[in-house]
Design a protein around this ligand. Sequence first.
Ligand code: C5P
Length: 315
Amino acid sequence: MDSYSLSAAAKINLYLEIVGDRPDGYHELVMVMQSVGLADQVTVRRTGSHHIHLQCHHPDVPDDPTNLAYRAAALLQARFPTAMEQWGGVEITIEKNIPVGAGLAGGSTNAAAVLVGLDLLWQLGLTQIELQTLAAELGSDIPFCIAGGTAIATGRGEQVDMLHGLDGLFAVLAKSPTLSVSTPWAYQTYRQAFADTYLDITTAGPSRREKLHSSPMMTAISQQNGDAIGQHLYNDLEKVVLPAHPNVDEVKTTLARLGGLGTLMTGSGPTLFTLTANRSEAEAIVQQMRSRYSESELGLWIAPFLSTSLQLIEP
Ligand code: C5P
């Protein structure tokens, strides 16, 4: 094959707890991640050159070596130097549908798709664990994006434990087209405000992970109980992002009144989501939101829960 195309899905956080500071400068996290059906299309194509080239026509996505997807290809090139000599260079094309700077892991899922696509294109034969170990060098959310579905993510976010998938639930996603939140800003601002509540992660990290395993959220997930999942949605980063962006807080209040199972900000935001038990409830919420907010004020998407993040698209 000369090219592979993958659908690369967004993620939402059903749970995000910040435990404390790690010696590597990151935060120790306890999260529940979920892939949802809002996806970019990532194509890796063999070229005659010995270069990596990236194309993406989105104005806010860099098409240079700073793009995570480019860095994913550069990492594989560095680790497997004979592959490019044998198979040639690669052109990466990204068709962007996932909003940028949104807390939906759009850049991470693109990088995951490049790792998996190049593994196929260059016939490297890497296992999922090997791909996730490489992914962790590039970004905290990328190992989850290799696997997708429903998972607990701990450490920096790179330690992924798969859970039984959640079938049949939907998320209504809502994001202002003009607002992005920087993830480093969100974590730094959280540290400034809440460092005095941070726990010593060497002792508290394992106990917080244990606590999540026996929490009402995990019971709700194992029972596939959408109502209970909706009641136990949680994200520490809301404490800094919502006060800094009153419009997002207002949209959250509006969404939460419209009858879904629960409403939360995902990751470092500013995207909000409301869970629903089926597509028709999601459609009813979108309709009510549209009567309040125009398309230029608020992007709205209906995204089913998915059991994987990456899917090969047959040519
Ligand atoms: O790993 P990633 O590049 O996605 O992280 C982006 C930024 O988010 C980091 O540079 C850091 O500021 C913050 N972060 C953090 N703790 C984590 C994950 C991310 O402080 N566990």
